[in-house]
Ligand binder design. Structure first.
Ligand code: SF4
Ligand code: SF4
Length: 373
């Protein structure tokens, strides 16, 4: 199981699109101890603990206390760690600490070049954070292979999207997670620019794959995988609490980070563990196909059944948002064109990545068992 622990609701930044409800609250260490004891009793082979916020590096001591507590238990379960950070509080001591302590999953918030990043990723007094974020990203990338750039797509940075992807690849990111901010006031006229930028990204991506340079852009990769398997695999997301559980600073379990603190979605707590009935009920209720999607030819490849996303955008776990539908169609179309081109050119890396199951399994094993520099 993967547990995403919200160590604090506080953050040292004030990003323009932040959806975190900054409640000025930190998690109690008692909750964390209960969670670890619960997980050890589950007798899993391995578990992943991801430190999340607000900004988790405001709570470096709790991170260290958590790992020290786990180590003191000498449990059979192998624990691995991850963190999602805005990077501004990272220092050499903490990078060294992560290297020494099985951090396999580092998600790093960076939107792209300075002109883009500084539009939205701001300090509390409104100053751009690019300079420190870029400097710390470069240091991090020298020390870890598997740092994921978390990059938010907004109306005010959309026109620079492909340039930003190129920039992020050039400074050394091998995985770039592009996240649409669906809360923005997207209009029909934005769709042309979305198509143009997504097409350019597939061209950049295809060039890299043809050069045998393995870069991941889940926005595209996920769609090609759905073509090969003919289904969207929610495994890589939260799977509504089946694969990943979020723990709020209140000590309760939630299925998705976007649903944290919504009482309707509590599926357990640190003391008592998972409330199986609540989780199963939630999953059952989220599988109702809505009328618009029922006869759609690409419904198996689209994220219309992502209950968390549906809920935060429409207040209904089964109701989709029109902009999600439009962007899904565009991304599937441009990804397929790129895949066809790579297939026809007999790209070795393309065939390996998408048709060789073992390639992805080996990659996951390499990530879990510490392919770290
Ligand atoms: S760094 Fe994250 S939590 Fe902090 S303000 Fe920005 S988006 Fe919100
Ligand atoms: S592309 Fe649109 S209509 Fe088709 S399944 Fe997805 S959300 Fe539904």
């Amino acid at each position: 199981m993967e547990y995403i622990i919200h160590l604090t609701d506080k953050c040292n930044l004030n990003c323009a699109y932040c959806y975190e409800k900054k409640r000025n609250r930190d998690i109690s260490f008692e909750h964390i101890k209960n969670l670890i004891d619960y997980e050890i009793n589950q007798k899993q082979k391995y578990s992943i603990i991801v430190f999340y916020g607000g900004e988790p590096l405001l709570q470096k001591n709790i991170i260290k206390d958590t790992i020290a507590y786990i180590n003191s238990k000498k449990a059979k379960t192998d624990f691995y760690y991850g963190i999602t950070t805005n990077g501004t509080l990272l220092d050499n001591d903490f990078i060294k600490y992560m290297k020494e302590n099985k951090f396999i999953n580092i998600a790093y918030s960076i939107d792209g070049m300075k002109s883009t990043h500084d539009l939205n990723r701001l300090t509390i007094d409104g100053t751009g954070t690019f300079d420190i974020v870029e400097k710390n990203a470069k240091t991090l990338l020298k020390n870890f292979d598997s740092v994921v750039a978390m990059s938010v797509i907004t109306k005010n940075n959309l026109s620079k999207l492909s340039e930003n992807v190129e920039y992020l690849i050039n400074i050394g990111f091998k995985c770039i997670n592009l996240l649409f901010d669906y809360f923005q006031d997207w209009q029909d006229e934005d769709l042309d620019e979305i198509r143009k930028q997504c097409t350019k990204i597939t061209e950049i991506y295809a060039d890299k794959i043809l050069q045998e340079y393995d870069v991941e852009i889940p926005l595209i990769d996920d769609k090609i995988k759905t073509y090969v398997k003919n289904e969207y695999d929610c495994n890589e997301d939260c799977k509504l609490g089946m694969k990943t559980i979020n723990i709020g600073t209140d000590g309760n379990f939630y299925p998705c980070m976007q649903l944290v603190y919504n009482e309707k979605f509590i599926i357990g707590n640190c003391k008592d563990g998972i409330d199986t009935k609540a989780r199963i009920d939630l999953i059952k209720n989220s599988k109702k196909e809505n009328e618009i999607c029922k006869n759609c030819a690409i419904k198996k490849r689209c994220k219309h059944l992502c209950a968390c996303r549906n809920y935060i955008l429409t207040n209904d776990i089964n109701q989709l948002s029109p902009i999600v539908c439009e962007t899904e169609k565009i991304i599937i179309e441009v990804s397929d064109k790129m895949a066809e081109k790579l297939y026809k050119q007999n790209s070795k890396m393309f065939i390996q990545k998408y048709y060789n199951e073992n390639y992805n399994i080996l990659k996951q094993i390499a990530n879990i068992y510490g392919k770290r520099r």
